[in-house]
Write a protein that binds this ligand. Structure first.
Ligand code: 6R9
Length: 649
């Protein structure tokens, strides 16, 4: 889906490099350059060393068993993720240290020490047990960014239940699909949530979503309170506060989980209409995630880590919950929008809590650029020592802006490439060792063997492009797709049976640095969120007036990509503004607001090849206002003229 030549041009024009600051290197957790070579010689030995940073109830007896495409890590080992994130810190010097700082959109805040967080998690664990949740059961979580969200995740982990978080911006239909696929027994949601001062009626969405599913109870967190508009169904719906009050206050002994027991499912878009339930297990995920905090983020006991993602996405799972807490750091979690009440909210949070590490997305940086530096110049950001980005390729201009205004021209920036499937950062700098180049995620981390290859699997020459592959299993890799191992095999190991295929195009430069270009499949990256074209197309085709639809991602200055939809109508329907609004609303309802097309073009026909495939490249050129390019493969040349006269919504 990516316009490779254009991206490459802008990326490769950038020639500035930034060496690590010697003072940073001196204090860095990872400051021996030999680490790369050592890990490459013996990846399993390297990961075994990293596993020592995790507390095991019983030691593992084998590091890796690899029957492609299935990997098992730390076989026979027993551990508990919540124990590693909370309890082990309660037992030592971090007991009364801030674990979680929560900042509400309306300005309230709550601070949980490790000991306090532990007590909340234990009560929630008892509560889940009281509701009949057993080890291995699935718990769906549809919550705004309130403290009960990480508490629910950790409570599930503590009792061995499998959580599956559905981002609260998803529609009831999307929630229902995920609940059904995961066969969840319990849904944890909130009365409603705040977004820029407005209410989102989560409980109402939840009521629709559970219809016809196996959900026995809906547990309702009081996030908005008296003003929320919702109803409770007797016998099925329960208030979080009331259930917690009834739960035992005794410590909850952490369930010893096998290293390969599932920790969570997280759904992500693919090339078909049906999202995939990505399966992460306990041992490998914890080892990988904890390693990335120590290496990429140089985490220290004094750090205050602020990741601006939502826990509804993998970035929040790994870098708000399991990562920083497993490392015993203090994590800041913000409930709301970056421009509420003012456009300086993030800078205000950084100053207020003395944030040391700020991890955000290129789309947010481009928004800050648009707003202008005056919003951050009002604030003292001197507590910051490390910056990071994730979610999409960062354009060098945004990187330089981040460097200049937020990094005060001296802080390291870690551009981290990874995916829901990889569990944690894979290609990223080590801030004490790696010279960075704006726009490149630099090199694979120690222990990760990645390359850019051509169709036949040959490593590409320096300064050429191909597809990114991971050539050796790694601990935090997905194990399968929930309920669909065939899809797991075909999607990720179909092309190269022993290598993992992420689906991203990439380029390798003369220093061996990797420059990620974007998705090669029909997945659009809108503000760092993966949206499948098929999902949007099937939502649009669900509208009674629509005969056929094709959806593409076009370049967008702020979001990276925006969605354009090309729609043909059934006989008897006219292309009106009302219809445009209806179709957009239909997509919001079916998937969620983030999947709403920016514009809808009505056309008599879609451009197709003789074999009937939609030529998306042509549509993208139209949406980006470019020349149509080569149209010789078109079955019906008259479609071109029609397309050129498109009605723009
Ligand atoms: C963590 C996350 C994964 C897709 C991935 C790629 C894009 C993420 C990137 C990046 C270039 C980076 N992506 N980080 N592209 N540079 N630093 O975002 O997971 O939501 O599963 O998306 O995002 O295209 O394949 P997920």
């Amino acid at each position: 889906m990516v316009n490779e030549s254009k991206n490459l041009d802008t990326l490769l024009k950038e020639s500035r490099t930034f060496k690590p600051n010697p003072e940073f290197t001196q204090q860095a957790n990872f400051n021996d350059p030999n680490v790369y070579a050592e890990a490459e010689k013996d990846p399993e030995g390297y990961w075994a060393k990293q596993a020592d940073y995790i507390t095991w109830f019983e030691p593992y007896n084998k590091v890796l068993e690899w029957h492609p495409p299935h990997a098992k890590w730390f076989l026979g080992g027993k551990l508990n993720a919540a124990y590693n994130c909370v309890d082990r810190h309660r037992e030592g010097h971090r007991k009364n240290k801030a674990a979680l700082i929560w900042e509400g959109e309306k300005g309230s805040s709550k601070i949980y020490t490790y000991d306090m967080l532990g007590r909340e998690v234990d009560k929630a664990a008892h509560m889940l047990k009281d509701l009949g949740i057993e080890k291995g059961d699935r718990v769906a979580v549809y919550l705004p960014m309130v403290p009960e969200l990480p508490i629910t995740l950790l409570a599930c982990a503590k009792i061995g239940a499998i959580h599956t978080v559905v981002f609260a911006g998803f529609s009831s239909k999307s929630l229902q699909d995920r609940i059904e696929d995961a066969d969840a027994k319990l849904l944890v949601t909130a009365d409603a949530s705040w977004r820029r001062g407005k209410q989102v009626p989560l409980k109402q969405f939840a009521d629709e979503a559970v219809r016809g599913t196996a959900v026995k109870h809906i547990l309702v967190v009081n996030a908005v309170g008296d003003e929320a508009d919702f109803s409770m169904k007797e016998g099925r719906d329960l208030y979080w506060d009331e259930q917690i009050a009834k739960a035992s206050k005794a410590p909850y002994p952490a369930e010893p989980m096998d290293a390969e027991d599932i920790l969570y499912l997280l759904y992500t878009s693919g090339t078909t209409g049906k999202p995939k339930g990505i399966v992460h297990t306990t041992g490998g995920y914890m080892v990988g995630v904890n390693h990335s905090l120590r290496s990429v983020f140089d985490i220290k006991d004094e750090d205050i880590f602020f990741c601006s993602a939502d826990i509804g996405w993998v970035t929040g799972h790994t870098y708000i919950v399991y990562g920083p807490l497993s490392a015993g750091a203090t994590v800041v979690m913000y409930e709301g929008a970056p421009d509420y009440p003012e456009r300086d909210r993030f800078w205000d949070i950084i100053e207020k809590y003395g944030v040391t590490t700020f991890y955000t997305a290129p789309t947010s940086i481009r928004t800050f650029m648009k707003w202008g530096p005056e919003y951050l110049e009002k604030h003292d950001l001197s507590s910051l020592r490390l910056l990071g980005t994730v979610g999409e390729p960062i354009n060098p201009e945004a990187w330089m802006w981040f460097h200049k205004y937020v990094g005060n021209e001296k802080l390291p920036i870690v551009d981290t490439w990874w995916q829901t499937e990889t569990g944690c950062a894979m290609v990223a700098p080590l801030p004490g060792l790696t010279t960075t180049k704006p726009g490149s995620a630099t090199r694979p981390l120690p222990g990760i063997i990645a390359d850019v290859v051509d169709e036949e699997g040959n490593s590409v020459d320096y300064n050429s492009g191909g597809t990114l592959v991971i050539k050796h299993p790694w601990p935090s890799m997905l194990r399968t797709v929930w309920g669909d191992d065939e899809r797991f095999k075909n999607t990720y190991f179909g092309q190269y049976p022993e290598w993992y295929l992420p689906g991203d195009g990439a380029h390798k430069d003369e220093d061996g640095y990797i420059w990620i270009l974007g998705r090669l499949d029909d997945v659009i990256n809108v503000s760092g969120h993966r949206i499948g074209t098929m999902e949007v197309e099937s939502a649009i085709v669900g509208h009674p007036a629509v005969a056929e639809a094709a959806v593409i991602g076009r370049d967008d200055a702020i979001k990276g990509q925006a969605i354009s939809a090309f729609v043909t109508l059934k006989e008897g329907y006219d292309p009106t503004d009302q219809l445009i609004n209806d179709i957009k609303a239909k997509v919001s309802e079916e998937i969620g607001k983030m999947a709403r097309p920016e514009e809808i073009y009505f056309t008599g026909d879609l451009p197709k090849t003789r074999s009937g495939k939609i030529i998306r490249r042509l549509l993208r050129n139209i949406a980006e206002g470019k020349d149509l390019g080569d149209t010789t493969s078109l079955a019906d040349q008259s479609v071109v003229e029609q397309l050129q006269r498109l009605y723009k919504g």
